[in-house]
Design a protein around this ligand. Structure first.
Ligand code: 15L
Length: 282
């Protein structure tokens, strides 16, 4: 697809940097992405354990602007998954997800990167009750310090898009894997293949300026309206409902969570919770 932001470089072999490539999502999506984008460069603090002979890896610590500058140099696009991927101490979140995310956007801007895909999370909106269906135009309701850092990343993305013309796609990812792990994940699950479809839209669609999509497959029990992604060509193939029996069996092993079961973010909401569920909007 021709890129109006970069008309001379519509070729897929351009440099695309994938941060956080050694993590769980990186491991599931790397082989699929490599087939589409021969110029893919994997990055993380340490190389993926299963790095393949044809794969290119460059180490970078996101808290170090000099290392980030080096890895984004000459890149057309960045898929930014790097950072702390669950709730953590303030210090962990501050370093990996606040400072790290700022370094990524700022060094990408300085290097002339055209497109950034930011791995946001469902936890940016985790305190919406499960009974409410939400679109991408809602106020953020983070359920954790981690969720706050994802809302921060989305805000940074909007800034770099509006102020500097970067084409930014934020993906509020649900849970990625071969199948949904429990009943909550029946609403938020996304297959690795469908996530790669969203990456591709973010990397190639000519209309992208600033977008927020939900990273979810075609889930009957969905809590999210993902019509914007669909209008840009997203056609998820995964169907959580096909795995309902497995998800329900797993759920029986977990047992009830009186707070987390009411909210979209699940255990991220119940951890450290000291409010009343009604007051929190259940
Ligand atoms: C996330 O954002 C996490 O990165 C992942 O580990 C899961 O906890 C997922 O959300 C989820 O909500 O299932």
């Amino acid at each position: 697809m021709a890129d109006p932001l970069d008309p001379g470089l519509s070729d897929r072999s351009r440099r695309i940097v994938y941060t956080g490539a050694a993590g769980g999502i990186g491991t599931m999506t790397r082989p699929l992405l490599a087939r589409l984008y021969p110029g893919l460069v994997l990055s993380d603090r340490v190389p993926p354990k299963d790095l393949q002979p044809g794969e290119k890896f460059e180490a970078a610590d996101l808290t170090r602007p000099d290392e980030v500058a080096k890895v984004v140099k000459g890149a057309h696009s960045v898929i930014h998954l790097g950072g702390h991927s669950v709730e953590g101490s303030w210090e962990q979140i501050l370093n990996a997800n606040i400072i790290g995310c700022y370094n990524l956007f700022e060094q990408a801007r300085l290097a002339g990167v055209k497109r950034v895909i930011f791995a946001s999370s469902n936890h940016a909106v985790g305190f919406y009750p499960r009974k409410k269906k939400i679109g991408t135009n809602v106020t953020v309701r983070p359920d954790s310090r981690y969720g706050v850092s994802k809302a921060f990343g989305e805000a940074l993305g909007a800034l770099y898009s509006d102020k500097h013309g970067m084409a930014v796609t934020c993906l509020r990812i649900g849970n990625v894997g071969p199948r949904p792990l429990d009943v909550r994940r029946l609403s938020i699950w996304i297959s690795p293949e469908d996530l790669v479809q969203l990456f591709k839209i973010g990397l190639e669609h000519p209309d992208i300026r600033f977008e927020i999509f939900y990273g979810a497959s075609d889930n009957e029990a969905a809590w999210w309206d993902n019509s914007r992604a669909q209008s840009l060509g997203y056609k998820p193939k995964g169907r959580a409902e096909d795995h309902r029996a497995h998800a329900e069996a797993e759920q029986r092993k977990i047992g009830p969570d009186p707070v987390g079961d009411l909210f979209q973010g699940g255990t991220f909401c119940s951890a450290e919770f000291s409010n009343d569920v009604k007051r929190a909007g259940a």
